[in-house]
Write a protein that binds this ligand. Structure first.
Ligand code: IMP
Ligand code: MG
Length: 180
């Protein structure tokens, strides 16, 4: 799988070291407050698993499934929401965990949906933030890494459901990217 990468951006050790710092920041901000983490599936599952094991406190966990990419690398702009049973949102301190902020459509829609349920507070943590003009403005409160406007895979992120199990994050070789 590594041969399919044009370049590696972050090796696993680098990602985990960054998660140590992110977790410390989150712990500091939420001292004595019980967090509800909402993990955006599928891409965030490895990121979430590694981050939440660095948060040694009582917390609640829920999963939300959203698809904005129907196959290839271009956002269709259409969101397919798959509601899963969520923990209580109203009155709770919510932290959304998302793999990558790209167009902003996914997080924009999720924030709108969850804000309507009147949480006590709501923040966003993304592992990767792409530098680009967004279709919808979203300002995450915690960012793992800033990256360019390139299509990346690994550490949970996929291209047509492949590469999620790659431990590092890298840019996929251009000829392997299906424009759909
Ligand atoms: P947005 O709605 O355009 O911000 O896209 C967010 C979603 O698109 C993420 O949750 C990812 O699943 C997917 N996505 C965006 N960029 C990439 C990428 O570079 N690699 C893999 N998936 C991506
Ligand atoms: Mg995806």
């Amino acid at each position: 799988m590594r041969d399919d990468l044009e370049k590696i951006l972050f090796e696993e050790e680098i990602i985990l070291r960054r998660l140590d710092a992110l977790a410390a920041e989150i712990l500091r901000d939420y001292q004595n407050r019980e967090l509800t983490l909402i993990v955006v599936l599928n891409g965030s599952f490895i990121f979430a698993a590694d981050l939440l094991r660095r948060l040694p406190q009582r917390l609640q966990l829920g999963f939300l499934s959203v698809a904005s990419y129907q196959g290839g690398t271009k956002s269709t702009g259409k969101l397919v929401l798959h509601p899963l049973p969520l923990p209580q949102i109203s009155g709770r301190d919510i932290l959304i965990l998302e793999d990558v902020l790209d167009s902003g459509l996914t997080l924009g829609a999720i924030l709108e949906e969850l804000r309507a349920q009147r949480p006590a507070s709501i923040k966003v943590c993304v592992l990767l933030r792409k530098e680009k003009v967004r279709l919808r403005q979203v300002e995450p409160d915690y960012v793992g890494f800033e990256i360019g406007d390139e299509f990346v895979v690994g550490y949970g992120l996929d291209h047509m459901e492949h590469y999620r199990n790659l431990p590092c994050i890298g840019v996929l070789r251009n000829e392997l990217i299906a424009e759909s």
